[in-house]
Write a new protein. Sequence first.
Length: 133
Amino acid sequence: MTNFHEYYSELLKKLPLSIKKNIWNRLISRLHNPLSEEQASSIHPNIEVLLISEVDKYEKKKNRQRCRPKEALLHNNLSDDTIFTNIQVNARIKEATDNLRQEFIKSTEETLKTIKQQKDIECNQIKIDMANW
């Protein structure tokens, strides 16, 4: 059966038994440079390269399978993010509008106060002029 060296245990933990068996059979029965069971059970650079490659393939395949059923959830999450972003934008717009409104009211009050003071001065001057007439 599969008797890989302990050195490869971390890589092998990531693979199901069927793939481990397949890799073992490929190593000992390949046409060019097959390994003996003894060589396949030891540390060999070709084994490590093959295991890393198979782990990468397996994880990519596993991730693709996970993504398909969750595409709807991903779409919903994007919609939720968009809604959340719209809510944030609307809140910022409201805050900016409220700030502008307060500034406008303050500025208008100051302008009206200045105009009233000028008109009061003019009115007093007219009263003085009429009293002197």
